[in-house]
Design a protein around this ligand. Structure first.
Ligand SMILES: [Fe+2]
Ligand SMILES: [Fe+2]
Length: 183
């Protein structure tokens, strides 16, 4: 369980930072007049805060103690650069961080950590696609094509838009009526 404790703390700091960063990127996009990209960052910031909360609960359960962390420092640039920064962050989590953390939690047989890491891993794959799509459309001056509504599963943080929302979460089966709506 030793490595998983370290990984949970690291993932908690990572998700806390991502949530704060995307909230700041949302504000920046709004200032630049990119309202749809602002909305996307706002919704995904909430998703990351759900991952942070899940990791925190798992860590506190294992340690039998309360845990508090602060976000790490980050830079706010132009929205184009912020999108690339977000893609890089999600890319690292999807290709390296969460696969490793899930493997270690499986080997150490810490089911609660495995579950919270898996929820985040599935979600980050979707975030990476959403950010890549937004960057592509922004480069073509075509932001108006981006989603106008986001649905965040309050249990696993999975992120849907009006074009792919389901009656129940495809990751954790939570009903659509419980989803947090951003529009
Ligand atoms: Fe993410
Ligand atoms: Fe879910």
């Amino acid at each position: 369980m030793e490595k998983t404790i370290i990984n949970l703390r690291s993932a908690l700091i990572g998700e806390t930072t991502a949530s704060a960063k995307y909230a700041a990127f949302s504000k920046k996009a709004k200032e630049e007049g990119n309202l749809k990209i602002s909305l996307m960052f706002e919704a995904i910031s909430r998703s990351e805060s759900i991952h942070a909360m899940n990791h925190k609960r798992a860590l506190e359960f294992l340690l039998k103690d309360t845990v508090e962390v602060e976000p790490e420092e980050f830079e706010i640039k132009s929205t184009l650069d912020n999108l690339q920064d977000a893609i890089n962050g999600e890319g690292y989590e999807v290709s390296t961080m969460y696969p490793e953390f899930i493997e270690v939690a499986t080997n150490e047989d810490v089911k609660r950590a495995r579950s919270t890491f898996s929820y985040a891993f599935e979600t980050e794959k979707k975030h990476k696609i959403l950010f890549e799509n937004a960057l592509n459309e922004m480069k073509k001056n075509n932001e108006s094509i981006l989603a106008s509504t986001y649905y965040i599963c309050p249990v696993c943080g999975y992120t849907y838009t009006e074009s792919d929302v389901k009656d129940a979460c495809e990751i954790c089966n939570t009903k659509k009526e419980k989803f947090i709506i951003f529009q």
